[in-house]
Write a protein that binds this ligand. Structure first.
Ligand code: ATP
Ligand code: MG
Length: 566
């Protein structure tokens, strides 16, 4: 039988396992996808083999702490045998079959990784969600996906119970908790008695593997379905060149389990490179715990949302000595150049920004070794051909603002999502001529660096000028009074719409005279960027509306301004 995901080696007439070099070649479009591929069998089990032969340093595959003394360290070998047990739980007592969808709503606990890998081994479609989902959110997800099984932690039980009568497809409810509960199978109990013998399913490389939800920054989250290879092979170059990982590294990616950033930083990119995935249970972000963790553990690589860095630079970071930190990353939202400069001044470390989407992964990045231009998202990454296009799908020259788009070759790139589940209309709307359109606006400079202007809907048109909110926000944050801000359009009887800034003040400025400070901030923006962009209206607010992933929801503020509040 043909072993999973392997090539017939030309010289030896033997089946040989795929190597990292093969995965890189596939990403560079220099070789074709294998017919079959399974991330657990073809990547994780290979690392476990390398552990045995000493080709991989003694670095855990998963290192989990809860900040209260509990700790879990698994090698790839242990992750292998434990996830085989979990696979047997899913297929035997839970009765799940290849292709079934499993909604997994768990906090950052080791079982999330076990069940994720168990789903790969059994060909189940893994559908993560954050524990902050409400009963209604869960209902929407279970109904839309026709999930057969839901796996939750104790805090999610009441929400599921309140809606499960409306989910006829839901067959199995699995609880991950130290106790059992009526109507629920107990993962812990079943896991104890499950066998560690399991043979990995030979999944097709484009067989569905997971459904990730978009962040919901602009509306209801969309369900983007991904294949074994889109996530399992597609993140090879990103792990090597953006995250700059080797098998001796320890990466702490702070994303919640529900989003694609968890898949990128805490599963696929990191484990492709054989690195250790570090996890802190931390239910809510806390600056002191965060700084303690970096000074205590040998974390080499840090990935977090810009909002975290914006908060951190308010602290005196020079007082801390991070144990091993050498590479810092951010993405998901634009990073203000001022924050990058302050982080660098205080820690001596650069901040490497990446730009991507749930649907297609990393699109642009500041890769290790490339010169960073503060405020830019870096250059387009392989295998993508990233361009700026106009509304008719024509490529625009450097310096011209337009929509960020990816050129499509004759076949759909393998690292693309396969579809928005049950929404062919929305899936088709992402294609314009020969391009996939991101919905984001930007500019490419003559060196090939991309500069984010704003989401399509966030761009403000005032007296005929087009104004991107990010540039104004970045100008504002240069002022010591500003921790962060959100810039949106606001109605104006003469100009149609004007720029309005919602500003969160830093502690020393909280009691300043608001009129005076408004004038000062307006003056500052006029000096720092083209004067027509300055905010004609300024409102000071204690905080900004954000998604669970920490992104600013400008649409909420904008709708409020225009009286469109629901
Ligand atoms: P939804 O599609 O549900 O409204 P979302 O677009 O925020 O939510 P994600 O797929 O998590 O969902 O995020 C992708 C988007 O995040 C990008 O299209 C872009 O608008 C923004 N983004 C990601 N990284 C960056 C970055 N480095 N700079 C600017 N924007 C970024
Ligand atoms: Mg989106």
């Amino acid at each position: 039988a043909k072993p999973t995901g392997r090539y017939l080696h030309k010289d030896h007439q033997l089946w040989v396992p795929l190597t990292l070099a093969d995965f890189e070649a596939i990403n560079r479009c220099e070789r074709s996808l294998p017919k079959n591929f399974n991330f657990a069998g073809d990547v994780l089990d290979q690392w476990s083999q390398k552990e045995k032969t000493g080709e991989r340093p003694a670095n855990p595959a998963l290192w989990w702490v809860n900040g209260k003394g509990a700790e879990v360290k698994w090698s790839f070998g242990e992750l292998g045998s434990l996830s085989r047990k979990a696979a047997n739980v899913l297929t035997k007592p839970c009765g799940l079959k290849r292709g079934d969808r499993v909604a997994v709503i768990l906090p950052r606990i080791p079982e999330w990784w076990l069940i994720n890998v168990a789903c790969m081994r059994t060909g189940l479609v893994f559908m993560p969600g954050t524990t902050q989902l409400t009963a209604n959110d869960i209902l929407y997800r279970l109904q839309a996906s026709k999930a057969k099984c839901v796996v939750v932690s104790e805090e999610v039980v009441p929400a599921v119970e309140s809606i499960m009568s409306e989910c006829p497809d839901l067959k199995t409810k699995l609880l991950v908790a130290p106790y059992s509960q009526n109507g629920w199978l107990s993962f812990q109990e079943l896991f104890q008695s499950a066998s560690a013998e399991h043979s990995c399913v030979e999944t097709g490389s484009q067989e569905p593997m997971a459904i990730y939800f978009t962040s919901g920054t602009t509306g209801a989250p969309k369900m983007a379905q991904h294949s074994q290879s889109s996530l399992g092979i597609g993140y090879t170059l990103c792990g090597r060149y953006w995250l700059d990982l080797k098998s001796s590294d320890v990466i702490w990616n702070m994303s919640d389990t529900g989003w694609i950033k968890a898949a990128i930083g805490s599963v696929f990119s990191s484990w492709l490179q054989g690195a250790c995935v570090f996890v802190h249970r931390m239910a809510q972000f806390d600056t002191d715990t965060f700084l303690d963790t970096l000074t205590t553990y040998p974390i080499t690589t840090l990935c977090s949302a810009p909002t975290v860095y914006r908060m951190l630079v308010q602290k005196d970071l020079k007082r801390y000595k991070f144990k091993k930190l050498r590479h810092c990353l951010t993405g998901g939202e634009p990073l203000n150049p001022e924050v990058l400069e302050q982080w660098k001044a205080q820690t001596g470390l650069e901040l490497y920004e990446g730009y991507g989407q749930t649907e297609v992964g990393i699109i642009c990045a500041n890769q290790k070794g490339q010169e960073i231009k503060p405020g830019s998202m870096g250059k387009g990454v392989q295998p993508y051909d990233v361009q700026i296009i106009d509304e008719n799908g024509n490529v625009l020259p450097p310096g011209k603002e337009g929509e960020i788009a990816l050129r499509l070759k004759s076949t759909r790139p393998f690292c693309f999502f396969s579809e928005y589940v049950d929404n062919p209309g929305k899936t088709a709307a992402t294609i314009r001529g020969n391009f996939y359109v991101t919905g984001d606006r930007g500019v490419m400079d003559s060196d090939g660096y991309f500069w984010f202007v704003g989401r399509g809907d966030d761009v403000i048109i005032s007296s005929g000028y087009r104004i991107g909110p990010f540039e104004v926000e970045s100008a504002l944050i240069e002022h010591p009074a500003v921790v962060e801000s959100a810039v949106v359009s606001s109605p104006d009887p003469i100009r149609g719409e004007v720029v309005k800034a919602f500003v969160v003040l830093s502690a020393p400025f909280k009691s300043s005279n608001p009129e005076k400070l408004t004038l000062e901030l307006q003056d500052h923006v006029k000096k720092s960027t083209a004067p027509y962009k300055y905010p004609r209206k300024v409102e000071f607010v204690p905080e900004l509306p954000k998604t669970i992933t920490g992104k600013i929801k400008r649409n909420v503020l904008r709708d409020h301004e225009w009286g469109r509040t629901k």
